[in-house]
Design a protein around this ligand. Sequence first.
Ligand SMILES: [Zn+2]
Length: 208
Amino acid sequence: MTTASPILGFLDDSNIQYAMQHVGVAGTWRWPGATVPVWIRRPSLQYAHEAQLVRQAIQEINRRLTGRIELQETPRIGLTSCIAVSFGTAYRPEELRAETDCRKLWGYRANVSNAIGACDRVIPDEHGHPECLVTWLNIGIGQDNPCKVDLDIVLHEFGHALGLAEHFEGFGLQSGAISEDFWDVLATLYNDRPLTPLAAIRPAKAAP
Ligand SMILES: [Zn+2]
């Protein structure tokens, strides 16, 4: 990318190239329409705080992406496509099933998948929408929640659920869970319709 803004390069790497590699779709993929239903599973007591973080994250996303996309909590699951939030169901590889040392579980505190407790990645369909009816956002490890998440981790996972498939500098990697660039990439993605080709996209700024 030779643009002054790295945003288009990040969007290309994280979203557009991913769609091309996985389903041969040329352009962006994202949730259709102006709203995304979010179903939040009733948390156990151990996850009451995390459920609060999820609602806080929804408010923050709606503020930063105002006019582009709005997450709306829904009391029902399965009628229309939605993001479903589940607690204690983050994916863990087999060899870490009995692990309780938080340092070893650090990278497995939360994940996004097309199934609960699984690590199958969400991919787009030919219309540039998430392929499955439900995109699962799994938060926290096991019933006892030994390894806590924070708001930035929850926002990071929503970023994955909204179409940022791959990490970039400012979204995971060594640069922290999220950054200002993370918000601008999301704002740019949700500025245009699904399947918008890279050449037609102008970088946007998230609301401050
Ligand atoms: Zn991630």
